[in-house]
Design a protein around this ligand. Structure first.
Ligand code: CA
Length: 405
């Protein structure tokens, strides 16, 4: 979704290599042969297009392909370079749910927070647990993230202060295209008719705020200040070749009937986390890869199961609703952790960055980049989820002079 501030709306774009098709311009020129209202491509978000349903999404994609591969020249102004294109939040998000479906992340965090106890609660293998996040603070890639404040424990006493344990979480989100009506749950096998596509998602987390507040409820302020997503939504159709059964095919115990989905539902994504600091950028250093994760080896629960579970009680969903996968981590927390909490063993063993800097948690000026793609390097059919980027801006709340919050 490109921004069109002149018109006060957005322009729906279809990525094609390092160019993008301006679908509104293509429709207006007559080159895009598809029977849909051109207003869908000049809206403030993808939501009106999402509400049309899967047959329309597929028809648009096929018409764009026919236009690009056909004999006629693509009209001027239809194909535009992606670099420098001003992007806006692609969807208007009514509801945002974040899951906890990564098995290594769940085990790693339990070992850090509750050492010596059984890492997975009895419900964890029975249902894809999740919490409702704050839809209004989901931001598009590139927006800065202001260091949040909250009640944290300082020498055992609660104090309102900027977080000193700011973290990222490497996640993949899915966007609901067609919602479901109240009282009509989505069957796991019908999820493809409801899910439009995927984004990369960074669930920024203030670990000190989260640790003190989440007893017994939460997460709340430790998470609600910001969530970043990539600007492009990659459709399920574009990912079809790369879906694998993954861990959901080997779930033990077998999940409840409503959570059983036929077919492969895990995208075989390669994920990376990169960090660059102000000093690194000043010295001309490239961002450093701090973690590499195979999504298919990280996720115990699939998005089809997440959607089936979220609606089994009859709850409705709407076009543009966003669901996060939960943090994706591999088995080795030191090199495959999807968060700094894992990479630094709870902030006790820093990561080393090029130039000699060390990080336990994020400092002001640090930039976090999440990247994801399917297919091997050099594979011409590679499908990229692009990246989601965010830089930490200094806190706007000073530590309160009174130690009592
Ligand atoms: Ca999360």
């Amino acid at each position: 979704m490109a921004d069109d501030s002149e018109a006060g709306t957005g322009r729906v774009m279809l990525a094609f290599g390092d160019h993008a098709v301006d679908l509104g311009a293509a429709k207006q020129s007559g080159a895009l042969d598809v029977d849909v209202d051109a207003g869908l491509f000049r809206a403030g978000s993808l939501n009106p297009l999402l509400a049309e349903g899967r047959p329309t999404w597929q028809a648009v994609r096929q018409a764009a392909r026919a236009m690009l591969e056909g004999p006629a020249a693509v009209p001027a102004g239809v194909l535009v370079p992606r670099s420098g294109l001003p992007m806006r939040l692609p969807v208007e998000i009514g509801d945002y749910v974040d899951g906890y479906g990564g098995i290594h992340h769940a085990v790693n965090m339990a070992r850090l927070l509750r050492p010596g106890t059984e890492p997975l609660a009895p419900n964890w293998r029975r249902m894809p647990v999740a919490y409702h996040g704050r839809a209004g603070t989901v931001a598009v890639s590139g927006q800065p993230v202001v260091r949040p404040a909250g009640q944290v424990l300082v020498d055992g006493h609660p104090r309102l202060a900027p977080t000193t344990r700011l973290d990222f979480e490497l996640e993949v989100g899915f966007v609901v295209g067609s919602g479901n009506a109240s009282g009509q749950p989505v069957a796991a096998d019908d999820a493809a008719g409801h899910i439009f596509g995927l984004v990369l998602l960074n669930d920024w987390s203030a670990r000190d705020v989260q640790a003190f507040e989440s007893q017994p409820l939460g997460p709340f302020l430790g998470k609600s200040f910001a969530t970043s997503i990539s600007a492009w939504v990659v459709t399920l159709d574009a990912l079809a070749l790369y879906m694998v059964p993954g861990l959901p095919a080997r779930q033990d115990p077998a999940p409840a009937r409503y959570l059983r989905a036929r077919g492969p539902w895990i995208p075989a994504l390669h994920l990376e986390v990169l960090v660059s600091t102000s000093a690194m950028r000043g010295a001309g250093r490239a961002p450093a890869v701090v973690s590499r994760v195979a999504f298919a080896e990280a996720m115990y629960w699939s998005m089809a199961q997440q959607l089936a579970h979220a609606t089994v009680n009859g709850a409705s969903t709407r076009p543009g609703d966003l669901f996060g996968s939960g943090t994706a981590s591999g088995p080795d927390p030191k090199s495959q952790g999807g968060s700094l909490a894992e990479l630094t063993r709870g902030g006790t063993e820093p990561i080393e960055l090029p130039g000699g800097e060390r990080r336990w948690f994020l400092e002001d000026g640090d930039t976090v980049v999440l990247r994801g793609w399917c297919g091997e390097d050099g594979d011409r059919s590679t499908v990229a989820l692009g990246e989601v980027v965010g830089t930490v801006a200094p806190a706007t709340t000073a530590p309160h002079p009174d130690p009592r919050p």
